[in-house]
Ligand binder design. Structure first.
Ligand SMILES: [Zn+2]
Length: 299
């Protein structure tokens, strides 16, 4: 199995995140205030960057502002932007940890988050690390890079999907199948945000079924050339099915089993054997979950 750790922002994911980010919260959950503290580069608790991080910061780290929260180091130009991202990033960390049911973070070092405000600087970085022109955010291992055009609040919009990739990497050491990696990021980009803002997440989920061949989805090692948004949507539905319709305590053992090299199909039948005696039974249950609600009878 191959995991594409270099995860690009799918247009669908961006759309969902933007839409969620634009809502006015009905009730605001009680969360600690952003604890992002600005610090000079020399005072950061963790300065060791990976390949992309070194390219982003260049030879002049002093040209950026820096700050940290409990689990993240930030590099940015606008403090207010970084503080919003910092508050959300920590909220995602807590929710992902809760949903996976993990207590042990395998890393002690912090994630690094880079927020670009300047279009030219972002284009320069994108060219160096070979991103497609349309990409506005990328996660790589524990590092996250976001383009946040001034005034657009894009950094908070794109954050959910990509930060989930970075946080997931802290808890699961080996690659997992592509559908699971992207599906979990898609799920949390709505779920964690809704929890954080106290929103009803059923308002944001699609009510339409997503038709994507299940075996093809489970075995994919590359992003499809066509129907990419359907691939993301079907992946999200499958993760949502496992996390909300099945015993949530089985999700982490399932993730660990595929991360250890088992095929998704085998691991599903092994971990969820109490519920599904065959792959056909699993596929039928997922199909039912994926079906739209029946139309209301008009009087
Ligand atoms: Zn992704």
């Amino acid at each position: 199995m191959i995991l594409l750790r270099l995860a690009v922002v799918a247009l669908a994911a961006t759309f969902i995140s933007h839409r969620a980010a634009g809502q006015t919260p009905a009730t605001r959950a009680t969360v600690p205030a952003s604890a992002l503290v600005e610090k000079p580069w020399e005072k950061l608790s963790h300065k060791k960057l990976m390949e992309f991080g070194e390219k982003a910061l260049g030879a002049e780290p002093q040209a950026w502002k820096h700050g940290e929260t409990e689990h993240f180091v930030f590099h940015f130009q606008e403090l207010a932007d970084a503080q919003k991202v910092g508050e959300l990033a920590e909220a995602y960390y807590r929710q992902v940890q809760m949903d996976l049911g993990v207590t042990q973070d395998r890393l002690t070092r912090k994630n690094h988050v880079f927020i670009f405000n300047n279009g030219n600087e972002w284009q320069k970085f994108a060219k160096v690390v070979r991103l497609d022109d349309w990409v506005m955010g990328v996660a790589r291992r524990t590092e996250l890079f976001l383009f946040s055009p001034q005034e657009s609040r894009f950094a908070t919009g794109a954050l959910g999907h990509e930060i989930t990739h970075c946080i997931f990497y802290r808890f699961v050491s080996n690659p997992v199948p592509l559908w699971l990696n992207e599906g979990f990021a898609e799920f949390e980009s709505v779920h964690a945000y809704a929890k954080f803002r106290g929103l009803d997440e059923t308002r944001y989920g699609s009510r339409r079924p997503v038709h994507y061949p299940l075996k093809q989805l489970l075995s994919a090692t590359k992003y499809p050339k066509e129907d990419v948004s359907k691939f993301y949507a079907a992946s999200e539905r499958l993760v949502r099915f496992l996390l909300t319709q099945q015993d949530r305590r089985k999700f982490l053992p399932f993730v660990q089993m595929v991360a250890s090299g088992s095929k998704s199909e085998d691991a599903l039948l092994f971990i969820y054997h109490d519920s599904f005696k065959s792959f056909a039974a699993f596929a039928a249950a997922f199909e039912t979950f994926n079906r739209p609600p029946p139309p209301r009878n008009e009087p």
